[in-house]
Design a protein around this ligand. Structure first.
Ligand code: MG
Length: 454
């Protein structure tokens, strides 16, 4: 195993040809097939637009076939489409060949359970163990089917959501600028937006995986989209990541507003619609490092905000456990369980347009109507024990609300400091959010000082 092959409970990721080879892909697909086949020997396989995708897809199918798993191929598709297809086919699981927002040199396998949610904990550990042990082959004639309808079903399901008033959105005839970074999202997102009555001007809608810029939809990567919004006078700019589970917004002036706002807008869209319809006190779920703009959106509608440890699966599981109305991550990942508890950019786009249509406000006005915050991140060297650091922080900030689910998060009404060990490096990560950069910096600096002194 090479040092950049990253094996985790929800999959395996590496640099193509260096550590992620056909042999490695087949071995992990075989292990996944053994695990899935314990219940249902049928696995859904799909991929994003990366150039290495088709060959890895074949290697996955070979691995699954060697342990007697039937395969349904959905081909080039968003990750949320593949997750939905797993549920649709009643499969034992799914494999998405995608490295999401990682640079072009990378690819990965992501393992999806029969409920359409990524593997975690013991299930993922079991697949890892099977990849090492091998396990028995199964000689059985396997069937390989192609599902050409997965994307269409996904789009149809989004347009059928009760939270999305398609006619109201269509009447607004939004002009939308779209940037899909030449990942899997170009045709899907264009089709969705056009069905919502939008006039779409796109860049990077080709699905050849030749990312023309860093693929993560963060403001520093969206300069070309900002220019397109200004040039075309669009109402909104929309960027998706290569596997179409994250979405970021550019406002009508061309300003990238930050990916935290995607979930905040989606929360407002869903909770605002519920208020019109009536109903009890709803829950909203996000992780401990998600921006206060999401908390403010939930609070505005009297919803309970529940925070989980960082990690998509933690959020998804909490959404289902609490029967939350919506949840997601501050990175532009919206999870709307009326469809499924997975990050889904088509759902996010529909909900953002729903909010714009219902309120009649421009994107910049929606941003200006709520408090603004700044997030500051830093690192500190990690000593032998973290408990003394946490104890010192709790003494220093005795007036804060403490959450110990994932490191230590200290929170006040309008600011917070989250201190947790890195999973990949011998460091402590500090992240703070406050009404100004100076206040957030103060929190982080005090945290670092206490890390060094403890
Ligand atoms: Mg992604």
């Amino acid at each position: 195993m090479t040092d950049t092959l990253m094996v985790g409970v929800s999959g395996v990721r590496g640099i193509v040809g260096k550590d992620l080879t056909d042999e490695v892909v087949t071995r992990y697909a075989r292990a996944f097939g053994l695990w899935a086949g314990e219940r249902t020997p049928l696995v859904v396989v799909g991929r994003d637009a990366r150039a290495s995708g088709p060959a890895f897809e074949q290697a996955v199918i070979a691995g699954l076939g060697s342990v007697g798993c039937d395969v349904v191929r959905v081909g080039l598709a968003p990750t949320p489409t593949i997750q939905l297809a797993v549920e649709h086919h009643g499969a034992g699981g799914g494999i998405a060949v995608t490295a999401s927002h990682n640079p072009i040199e990378w690819n990965a396998l992501k393992f999806i359970g029969p409920d359409g949610i990524f593997l975690d904990g013991p299930e993922g550990a079991r697949v890892q163990a099977l990849a090492v042990e091998g396990g028995p082959g199964r000689s059985r004639a396997v069937k390989i089917a192609t599902d050409d309808g997965a994307v269409e079903r996904h789009l149809h399901a989004v347009l059928e959501l009760s939270a999305v008033d398609v006619e109201r959105i269509r009447r607004r005839k939004f002009a939308v600028a779209l940037d899909a970074v030449r990942g899997a999202g170009g045709p899907v997102m264009r089709a969705l937006l056009e069905r919502l009555g939008c006039t779409v001007t796109g860049i990077n809608l080709e699905t050849d995986g030749q990312f023309p810029r860093a693929p993560e939809p963060v403001p520093e990567n969206l300069g070309e989209l900002s220019t397109l919004v200004r040039r075309t006078g669009a109402d909104v700019g929309i960027a998706v990541d290569p596997d179409v589970d994250r979405l970021a917004i550019v406002d009508e002036t061309g300003a990238a507003i930050g990916e935290d706002y995607t979930l905040a807008f989606a929360v407002r869209a869903v909770l605002g619609g519920r208020r019109e319809a009536g109903g009890g006190k709803p829950s909203v779920v996000c992780n401990l490092s998600t921006s206060l703009v999401v908390e403010d959106a939930a609070r505005e509608f009297g919803a309970a905000l529940v925070r989980t440890p960082v990690g998509e699966v933690h959020v998804a599981r909490a959404i289902l456990r609490l029967a939350a109305v919506i949840g997601g991550e501050g990175n532009g990942g919206v999870m709307y369980p009326d469809l499924h508890a997975g990050r889904d950019a088509p759902v996010a786009a529909a909900l953002v347009l729903e909010l714009l249509a219902r309120t009649g406000k421009r994107v910049s006005e929606l941003v200006a109507a709520a408090p603004r915050y700044t997030i500051v991140k830093a690192k500190a060297p990690r000593g032998p024990a973290l408990e003394p650091v946490y104890a010192a922080l709790r003494r220093r900030f005795a007036d804060a609300q403490a959450d110990v689910q994932d490191g230590l998060r200290l929170a006040w009404r309008d600011r917070w400091l989250h201190v947790r060990p890195s999973n990949t490096e011998p460091i402590i990560r500090l992240i703070a959010e406050a009404p100004s950069g100076a206040l957030a910096r103060e929190l982080v600096d005090e945290g670092r000082r206490l890390c060094a002194a403890s």
